[in-house]
Design a protein around this ligand. Sequence first.
Ligand code: SF4
Length: 82
Amino acid sequence: MAYIILEDCTGCDRCVDDCPNEAITEGDEIYLIDPNKCTECVGANEESQCVAVCPSLAIELDPNYQESQEELLAKYNALHAA
Ligand code: SF4
């Protein structure tokens, strides 16, 4: 599952640089996670880095993107293959 940033986001910017996949960008009002790039940090870290640093607890799993650990790892490897 990809993570999603909720409206509680205050735009503090702390999560952006910690994402190993450069999946987080600034939106019009809140920050956004690209579900095609989020691997739940599988392949890079033991825990989700954005969740760990968000002071507003504004990041949750998005049930619209169901993926297995194997699929998440394959996504990570594809993103970093170049
Ligand atoms: Fe990036 Fe990891 Fe957060 Fe996904 S869970 S957006 S890969 S920091």
